[in-house]
Design a protein around this ligand. Structure first.
Ligand SMILES: Nc1nc2c(ncn2[C@@H]2O[C@H](COP(=O)(O)OP(=O)(O)OP(=O)(O)O)[C@@H](O)[C@H]2O)c(=O)[nH]1
Ligand SMILES: [Mg+2]
Length: 447
């Protein structure tokens, strides 16, 4: 689907700042002629030409290498040229300006990858993996993004999509024989296939959920009754006075995010308003936000006053019901009698004296790493968008099975179509234009 009317784009592809080598990349129908004008010679495909890059007056901007990749065997699928110069921001900006003077347009963020998607070189999940690879905070996340880029996620989505398509064909055909009971039309076999597909989808959803956590890091929400020392603990873990601490119950209202790294694994800590009955309007809004944040949490770090942990437990029980991982912390251990008995399932900690913080660190490291490791082998990164789409597909599929059991074939066919479309959104076979704009806008320029 080469669009000959499409313009040629140019951008610096290397990171901002000085470096040994800097690359300006061109993509589009005029990439080759523009580069030839700058390099003063025609470019053969896939040959490293050592050339002088010249400005409009013939003066040398820099010397370097020009590489031409002829369509469709290029990153974008269009004609692409890379001009490799010294990594001087001044030189690279001048090279881009020269490309623009010769008819190119400055690329928007992610526009090269967007073109790669539009040319069918990558599907949407793979294009997103490019950005995730570039942004990966550690080696595990980078590996997992690389697997997604290689299509490991997309292949599993497509396999389920293909199976759904086959089932849809079967159901649509059966609609034409509506007088017959479905079981004479292979209904039992159809139901078995649907059950298998539902299981495969369930598996993939779990893998994608792990992949999302791997990409985003563990999302830990600090929760507990007012005055238990949640903000003090955040400060102690972050190693800086990020949050306001006072002895007034109800000090924290807004969510406060802080990213910490434990052995190269990222952990987002969120401080929240203490949970209790009542409170003024601002505090109640704070509690509402705390509960909302817990809906998205991987881990609840429950902070209770060591002197009265039972009172606090009741206040948080409902709020943390759906959070997959929990760590119970009894804070203010410095105020306990030396003889006080320790709860077996909780860590005794003092945000004030630092007592017990090493053990808490170790526990968090274990969980953050377990999170990364459990998704080590064969794991791929995924995004919240993907997880949502898979959940939607799962709901429609469940609906289709109910409808099939009731022999409501029309409805089942429609539910199957919706499930299929939801999967298509992941790889971009089904997409809205504003979705593409949204996704690619978060890329860096030159990619
Ligand atoms: N002795 C002692 N006091 C602590 C400890 N941790 C916090 N405090 C004190 O307890 C009070 C409340 O601490 P915060 O960190 O503001 O408590 P919070 O849970 O964030 O409270 P809210 O934001 O109101 O929900 C402050 O006076 C802290 O100095 C601790 O480990 N030992
Ligand atoms: Mg607080």
């Amino acid at each position: 689907m080469i669009d000959s009317a499409r313009d040629t784009i140019a951008a610096i592809a290397t990171a901002p700042g000085a470096g040994g080598v800097g690359i300006v990349r061109l993509s589009g129908p005029h990439a080759r002629t523009i580069a030839a004008a700058i390099a003063g010679r025609d470019l053969a495909p896939r040959v490293a030409h050592y050339v002088r890059f010249r400005d409009g007056t013939g003066e040398t901007i820099d010397d370097g290498i020009a590489l031409y990749f002829a369509a469709p065997a290029s990153y974008t699928g269009e004609d692409v040229v890379e001009l490799q110069a010294h990594g001087s921001p001044a030189v690279l900006h001048e090279l881009v300006a020269r490309c623009v003077a010769l008819g190119a347009r400055r690329a928007r963020p992610g526009e090269f990858s967007e073109r790669a998607f539009l040319e069918g070189r990558l599907d949407l999940a793979q294009a997103e993996a490019v950005a995730d690879l570039i942004a990966a905070a550690d080696v595990r996340a980078a590996r997992a993004a690389r697997r997604a880029l290689d299509g490991e996620f997309s292949r599993r989505v497509d396999a389920i999509g293909d199976e759904l398509l086959a089932i849809r064909v079967h159901v649509e055909a059966a609609i034409d024989f509506a007088d017959e009971p479905i079981d004479t039309l292979g209904g039992a076999q159809l139901r078995a296939r649907l059950a298998d597909t539902a299981l495969a989808l369930e598996d993939l959803l779990r893998a994608a959920e792990r992949g999302r956590r791997l990409r985003d890091g563990l999302h830990a929400v600090i929760v507990g009754p007012p005055n238990a020392g949640k903000s003090s603990l955040l400060n102690a873990l972050a190693g800086s006075e990020r949050a306001i601490v006072t002895d007034i119950a109800g000090t924290t209202r807004d969510l406060l995010h802080e990213t910490i790294r434990i052995d190269g694994v990222e952990l987002t800590l969120v401080d929240t308003a203490g949970l209790r009955e009542g409170g003024d309007a601002i505090e109640r809004e704070g509690m509402r936000r705390a509960r909302g944040e817990l809906q998205r949490a991987d881990l609840a770090l429950v902070v209770l006053d060591a002197r009265d942990p039972e009172g606090g437990r009741a206040a948080v029980r409902d709020a943390i019901a759906d959070v997959p991982l929990r760590v119970w912390v009894h804070n203010k251990a410095d105020l306990l009698e030396a003889t006080a008995s320790h709860a077996p399932d909780a860590l005794n900690v003092s945000a004030r004296t630092g007592e017990g913080l090493d053990a808490l660190h170790a526990r968090l490291r274990e969980l953050a790493q377990g999170n990364a490791d459990s998704s080590g082998e064969g794991a791929f990164t995924a995004r919240a968008r993907h997880v949502d789409a898979l959940s939607v597909a799962r709901e429609h599929l469940a609906q289709a099975r109910v409808e099939l059991d009731r022999e409501a074939l029309d409805l089942a066919a429609e539910s199957l179509r919706l499930a299929h479309d939801a999967l298509g959104e992941i790889t971009g076979r089904v997409h809205a234009d504003d979705l593409l704009g949204h996704i690619f806008a978060s890329f860096c320029i030159g990619k």
